[in-house]
Design a protein around this ligand. Structure first.
Ligand code: K7H
Length: 371
């Protein structure tokens, strides 16, 4: 077990890469999909199940955990890994995005952001230093810088102001984080949909020599071609030897297209949230089990899937559970989706290692189209 944090490129296929992020709590095989565990739980899943699916790392959220149960309380109880019984790597988001999307009465200044909790209206402050402190209290393995997220579309000068503030906050996070063994601070590239701003952000962050780089401010409703164009703009300015993480992305198609363009890590609430609402992702494409056409379909979702939820329950039964809004329906379909996302990323890793990513993507998209 290593005491350091290191990234090893094990294979390439065009701009796509496969590798390993090695750290004390375990190895993250890339391209990696990180299930979202916002409030110290991957909703509807046992941690043992999440691990058994092949997930090497889960995501936690500073914003949610600082409000409830509180970062100091989690620290007093031994840290987030012990608290949620996930002894493997955890990446925590900094709160930058959630404050903008969830909190009330926000006031943003150079110092940081003050806001009211969406849970009980209590007042809170998040500065770069406090965000790093909270993530340290949680015991996070990969800490994200605090950034200012703008919602798209926005005026260029708004994106520029937010990008420059985020750079100054990255520097403050770097100073507050220091260089603790086995842990990493990732910067977040901002700049809205303005190529020149994105390039400036990437180059300034690369100069800070951080352990990894996220591309943020995307997957906020912009069309896929805008997101992919932004990745192509930023990618050449990010160090080849460090992990790239596309925040909040995405559908299976988003993921394979972003992998093709050099992204290594992903997180998205899509598989868990959609599963709770009866929508699933499979190698045959998407299905909505609310649809009456499944009411008497005795077939499992996918007999070839290794996931019990996909190979041992009829579509009719799952349709019934979804219509009845039964807890088990949410659990089984979350399991189906996370299993597929892990199966897809495992397939991508193997395809890159074998130099056949383009064939794999073509075969995969053919499967989705057949339905
Ligand atoms: C769902 N889309 C999404 N885009 C994101 C973008 C960011 C993020 C989280 C996201 N989620 N977290 C940040 N700290 N900054 C950028």
């Amino acid at each position: 077990m290593t005491t350091d944090f290191s990234f090893h490129l094990l294979g390439r296929d065009g701009a796509a890469r496969t590798g390993e992020v090695r750290m004390p709590r375990g190895v993250i095989r890339t391209p990696a999909f990180m299930p979202v565990g916002t409030a110290a739980t991957v909703k509807g899943m046992y941690p043992e199940q999440v691990k058994a699916l092949g997930a090497d790392v889960v995501l936690g959220n500073t914003y949610h955990l600082m409000l409830r149960p509180g970062a100091e309380r989690v620290a007093r109880l031994g840290g987030l890994h012990k608290f949620m019984n996930w002894p493997h790597p955890i990446l925590t988001d900094s709160g930058g995005f959630q404050v903008m999307s969830l909190a009330n009465l926000r006031k943003l200044t150079e110092e940081g952001v003050t806001f009211q909790s969406h849970i009980d209206g209590s007042k809170h402050v998040l500065t770069p230093e406090r965000s790093v402190e909270i993530q340290n209290l949680l015991g996070s393995d990969i800490v994200m810088q605090l950034d200012e997220c703008v919602s798209l579309p926005c005026e260029d000068k708004v994106a520029e102001k937010a990008m420059h503030l985020s750079l100054r906050w990255a520097e403050r996070c770097r100073k507050a984080f220091g260089d603790p063994a086995g842990r990493a601070l990732f910067g977040i590239v901002q700049g809205g949909a303005v190529p020149a701003l994105r390039v400036e952000s990437a180059r300034e962050l690369a100069a800070m020599d951080l352990k990894g780089y996220a591309i943020g401010g995307l997957a906020v409703g912009e069309p896929q071609d805008v997101m992919l164009a932004m990745i192509e703009t930023v990618e050449p300015h990010l160090p080849q030897e460090k992990p790239r993480y596309l925040m909040g992305v995405g559908t299976p198609d988003d993921i394979v297209e972003a992998v093709r363009r050099g992204v290594d890590m992903f997180d998205c609430v899509m598989p868990t949230r959609a599963g709770r609402h009866g929508q699933i992702f499979t190698r045959f494409g998407r299905m909505n089990l609310k649809n009456a056409k499944h009411a008497e379909d005795a077939r499992p979702i996918d007999p070839q899937s290794s996931c019990p939820a996909a190979n041992s329950y009829s579509r009719a039964y799952l349709h019934h559970l979804v219509k009845a809004e039964e807890m088990l329906g949410k659990m089984l379909l979350t399991w189906v989706n996370l299993a597929y996302y892990q199966e897809l990323t495992a397939g991508v890793r193997a395809a890159i290692a074998a130099g056949r990513l383009e064939d794999f993507i073509a075969e995969t998209k053919e499967g989705w189209a057949k339905g």
